[in-house]
Design a protein around this ligand. Structure first.
Ligand SMILES: [Zn+2]
Length: 317
């Protein structure tokens, strides 16, 4: 059962996943990339029980859920709608609102759209496990707009905006993967904790030379801090010392304004995760789609029953 090629645009997508059966076929292809194999008796043929979203072994009658271990498990919403919402979520650079999903999918209830997006967004959290490496630009920014009555750009007390730390892999002139996190301050301990979590030892960090970056060497990285030209000089076209980080921050700010019309401080990290998820997979829409639905690698964890009997170690018949 070959995995179908991933659609290149929305029209192809709708054609490929037009029915519940087609969506279930795709789930099965992800679950058994080498063809169905009964987890109980290893028989290689099954009947599709479409209304139950299960496959039944043609030999022993054992039933396997197609949605187990995915975010689609036990959902009453048609798979066609889930697939569509997930596709929009992974491919639309601007991101999508629940209202837009409700309209595009013709859903009767706003709550259904909201719930789907909520689940998809949660699936975007903690998907980034491999730390950044190589040359990495870092910078901090405020998210949350201007606020009157502040003394200086580093004032934390009474500040409504949130401070965000950004790291971008430098791949020649273009950016590789990114990471973003809401931080309470720009102290050395805070920056160090971020670096330990997100950047591999042996990497080189480029920054604007802020004091907060002074302690990062403890994490096994090199640090090159260069003084950033003043803002008026930057506007005149003097190059930034962290151009890729600047661009990522600019894109983030644009996206937050354009899509969400301001995000509360408490919710911000979830939106940062969404932005990072989409950026890091912008060239792999299929991987993004599968990750979000929780389809994994096509090799689900071995069921407990099989581990206990060490059947998973037995050679395939
Ligand atoms: Zn069987």
């Amino acid at each position: 059962m070959p995995r179908p090629p991933f659609p290149r645009n929305l029209r192809e997508f709708q054609r490929q996943f037009a029915t519940e059966e087609a969506c279930q076929q795709y789930l099965a292809a992800c679950r058994w990339p080498d063809g169905f194999r009964c987890p109980r008796c290893v028989y290689g043929r099954a009947y599709a029980l479409v209304t139950h979203r299960r496959w039944e072994c043609a030999s022993c009658g054992h039933q396997v859920s197609l949605t187990a271990g995915t975010i689609l498990h036990n959902t009453k919403t048609p798979l066609t709608q889930w697939f569509w919402a997930t596709y929009l979520m992974t491919t639309d650079k601007r991101g999508i609102s629940a209202l837009l999903v409700q309209r595009q999918l013709g859903l009767r209830r706003y709550e259904t759209a909201w719930m789907m997006l909520h689940k998809l967004r949660r699936a975007m959290v903690n998907t980034a496990r491999e730390p950044l490496y190589g040359d990495v630009e870092m910078d901090d920014t405020w998210v949350g707009g201007p606020q009157p009555g502040l003394r200086g750009s580093r004032q934390l007390k009474g500040r409504k905006a949130a401070m965000v730390l950004v790291a971008v892999e430098k791949r020649g002139e273009v950016s590789g993967r990114i990471r973003m996190a809401v931080i309470p301050d720009i102290k050395q301990t805070t920056v160090l904790a971020f670096v330990r979590q997100h950047i591999a030892p042996g990497s080189t960090i480029y920054s604007d030379g802020l004091k907060g970056f002074d302690g990062v060497r403890v994490a096994g990285v090199r640090h090159v801090g260069r003084t950033q030209p003043v803002r008026t000089a930057l506007r005149r076209g003097v190059p930034s010392v962290v151009p890729l980080a600047d661009r990522a921050i600019g894109n983030l700010q644009q996206w937050l304004i354009g899509t969400y019309h301001g995000v509360s401080k408490a919710q911000l990290q979830i939106y940062l995760d969404e932005f990072v998820f989409r950026h890091n997979r912008r060239r792999q829409p299929m991987a993004a789609f599968q990750t979000l639905l929780g389809l994994g690698t096509g090799r689900p964890p071995t069921p407990y029953r099989r581990i206990r009997g060490a059947q998973d170690l037995a050679p395939a018949p």
